[in-house]
Ligand binder design. Structure first.
Ligand SMILES: [Zn+2]
Length: 135
């Protein structure tokens, strides 16, 4: 359990257990505008940072990621994948401007978001098909 130091108006208090600080925050014994510091932190931070953001209840629990992979079932954020090779592109540009241009266009056009696990295209998980895959 991290030991926090609290600072208010230049006065330092503590150390307190992180759990205790949250408790004091709820009782307004420590204010959200007070600052806290713990070992490993570079600077003092406002205590408001200790309050976890409310969990949005409207989000369905199934939607773990923004996209789902139909090939391997991985859900998450797709990664950008550019086909072809940067080296080929460079050589074409150096020696043949026009093929280089075409090659660059093709790479850009064919760039798509793919599954980080199997490199297949992912589909948005908020579509009916995506919801089915997440079941
Ligand atoms: Zn996949």
């Amino acid at each position: 359990m991290a030991q926090l130091q609290i600072s208010r108006d230049g006065q330092h208090y503590g150390s307190y257990d992180e759990e205790d600080v949250r408790h004091y925050l709820q009782q307004n014994q420590i204010l959200l505008t007070d600052q806290y510091w713990t070992e490993g932190m570079e600077d003092w931070q406002p205590c408001s940072a200790l309050i976890p953001p409310p969990i949005p209840t409207a989000t369905p629990s199934r939607a773990r990621g923004s996209h789902v992979c139909p090939s391997c079932g991985v859900s998450g954020s797709p990664v950008s994948h550019t086909p072809g090779s940067m080296a080929v592109e460079l050589v074409l540009w150096l020696f043949f401007i026009v093929p280089g241009l075409i090659y660059s266009c093709w790479r850009l056009c064919a760039r798509r978001n793919v599954c980080p696990a199997c490199k297949n295209p992912m589909i948005p998980s908020n579509t009916p098909l995506g919801q089915n895959l997440l079941k």
